[in-house]
Design a binder for this molecule. Structure first.
Ligand code: MTE
Ligand code: MO
Length: 383
């Protein structure tokens, strides 16, 4: 069993698939802490977790004038340590809502294939510069490919790529991370080294990183070429042409309600506390979350939280274009009078005034990715 050396996991996780291991935390745990504890951070593995010996580990850096082979020690000592708080979201987060419209192919994620952590490591930019990346490189190179050390039975490794300009940008904050939440990366999250590409879809944040290749081409991997792309609702598996759509990089604006849960009971005459998360890709800051308790007739603006402690002074706004972390939000409001059931909905707005679509059908796609319609939960009122 290639999965026999997979690590132990937290029992609170909701398991979507055991082998490979895919799991998300219960939504109400997600909004309990601004920084998601690593143990309940969502886990998305395509393959068995490789066990990597940190003493003999070497990262290969190829495609540049001075190819490098770097030990973990060299990565930690030759390059300044940089820390970034960044939210990771799987392209398939909230896929289950697409499944309700029409069957899609993929893991049936709820609303918690998203989590927020503090990552530390060397800047990818610094490593590429050390390998001789310079003005000449931009003449021919466009992409940075990543290869994981996790393999399928045929020996094929997980792989993905990002645009070279994201990797080289001083404001891109792309990390070769060896720490998550102040500790060594856990096995499930890429020990000993992973790429963290803030603002970019989970799939490009390659774990158990073995190789970095600067190239004129995108990664040729299945996950870059024939997966993680968006299509029209009318595209089906007979007509889909994966070459016709770009690989997902930055994700669109997203928000969801983590409390109350769908189907919960609330007491008549009491106020209801609505909580959730909101995040946008590409470093676009969430500037507002609107919540409706009456099916969208009226909206109230939620309180946004971008720090750990309730009542703590809010963290200073990140520089424009570098808002990598989510905001948690809360609204306490009376229930509308005279109703037995309430539909609560939320929608977020980012700094480019991007907003979420109101319904799923117009954004439905065969792979169930980019599911970011207004999130709705129904609660019953006990009279
Ligand atoms: N990297 C490797 N090597 N293998 C993988 O299966 N899964 C990707 C990405 N990096 C994956 C990988 C996907 S699709 C996602 S959403 C994120 O890792 C999930 O990261 P997490 O498990 O740390 O939450
Ligand atoms: Mo993913």
């Amino acid at each position: 069993d290639p999965y026999s050396s997979d690590p132990q996991r937290h029992p609170a996780l909701r398991v979507n698939s055991q082998k490979p291991f895919n799991a998300e935390p219960p939504p109400e745990l997600l909004s309990d802490s601004y920084i998601t504890p690593s143990a309940i951070f969502f886990k998305r593995n395509h393959l068995p977790v490789p066990r990597v010996d940190p003493a003999s580990y070497q990262l290969q850096v190829e495609g540049l004038p001075r190819p490098l082979s770097l030990s973990l020690q060299e990565l930690k000592t030759r390059f300044p340590k940089h820390t970034v708080t960044a939210t990771l979201q799987c392209a398939g987060n909230r896929r289950s809502e697409m499944n309700k419209v029409k069957q899609v192919k993929g893991l049936n994620w709820g609303i918690a294939a998203i989590s927020n952590a503090t990552w530390s490591g060397a800047r990818l930019r610094d490593v590429l510069l050390a390998a001789g990346c310079g003005p000449d490189t931009a003449q021919w190179a466009r992409h940075v490919q990543f290869e994981g050390l996790d393999k399928d039975v045929t020996g094929t490794t997980y792989g993905a790529s990002i645009p070279l300009n994201k990797a080289l940008s001083e404001d891109g904050d792309v990390l070769l991370a060896y720490e998550m939440n102040g500790e060594d990366l856990p096995a499930d999250h890429g020990y000993p080294l992973r790429v963290v590409v803030p603002g970019t879809v989970g799939a490009r944040n390659v774990k158990w990183l073995g190789k970095v290749i600067v190239s004129g081409e995108e990664s040729s991997s299945h996950w870059q070429q024939n997966d993680y792309k968006g299509f029209s609702p009318s595209t089906d598996w007979d007509t889909v042409d994966f070459k016709s759509a770009p690989a997902i990089q930055e994700l669109p604006i997203q928000s969801a309600i983590t409390q109350p849960l769908d189907g919960a009971m609330v007491e008549f005459g009491e106020e209801v506390t609505v909580r959730g998360y909101a995040w946008s890709g590409g470093g676009r800051e969430v500037v507002r979350v609107d919540v409706s308790l009456d099916g969208g007739k009226t909206w109230q603006v939620a309180q946004l939280r971008s720090g750990e402690e309730e009542g703590e002074a809010p963290a200073p706004s990140p520089p424009p274009g570098r808002a990598w972390a989510w905001k948690l939000w809360e609204l306490v409001a009376p229930l509308p009078p005279g109703v037995q059931e309430v539909e609560i909905m939320c929608k977020a707005v980012d700094s480019s005034y991007n907003m979420q679509p109101d319904s799923v059908a117009p954004i439905w796609n065969l792979r169930g990715v980019l599911s970011n319609a207004w999130h709705r939960v129904r609660v019953k009122v006990r009279m």
